[in-house]
Design a protein. Sequence first.
Length: 277
Amino acid sequence: MIYLHPMLKILKIFKPYLPKKIIKIIANLINPSVKYKGPFDNWNDAKSFSSGWSDKKILEKVYKSLIKSFDMKGVYERDGELVNDLKYPENIVNFLNSNLNENGQIIDFGGSLGSLYFQIRSKLLFKNIKWSVLEQSNYVELGKRKIKNEELDFFNNVDEIQVNNNTILIFSSVLQYLENPEKVINLFLNTKFIEHVVVDRVILSNSKENKIYIQKNPKKYFNTSYPIIIFSEKIFLKYFKKMKIVIKDKSYVGENFELDNAKLYYCNIIFSRVKGS
């Protein structure tokens, strides 16, 4: 179970006495971080130098970690790692508890094997909920065979889901990994059954334009790579022009950082449909 590398705990003790650059170098040697390569002119160029999300290693590690978490109190799977539940999206949980009815429905786009469901289910107040994960076919096949329960199910296509009038859409750390996120967003916003959209763990920047990079992950995160869009906050918010912002807050995970002279930050944003839109 990985919470914090023992050497990082020691480093925290000496942090007040060491220059920031030295701390960063030592921390990265102990616990290698995600790196970004680019920017690239387009998605296909970045994709050609990446292993991609379809890499079997990702699904295998996610599944193994998820199964382990079932037998461990206060632990859940996130991005294939086991983490404790001291940090969770409290503002999202509060919003769901206030805006979902009994027998309400959640569509979790790109929800892996139900990572967010298992992380927050015990904190939701409802006896019954319908949680539908939209994913790639290999995740759906494994999810239906090994993970599915009375509340949680997996689908390839939104048309397969029986929606109701009390439906909330969740994008949890997924929009930045789509080739055309605006198209996907509009697909849902052009329907009438989505009243609220929850965006969890999205990376935004103060740049004037979106930029495409390759995200290169260290060994503990599958040692894989895939394209990522670093969204300009200004452009990203325009994708949801049909909605109003209800909550915009710093994410419960991820530290602010800089990339190519731009400031980057992890956000949670909740949108609600404007009446008549």
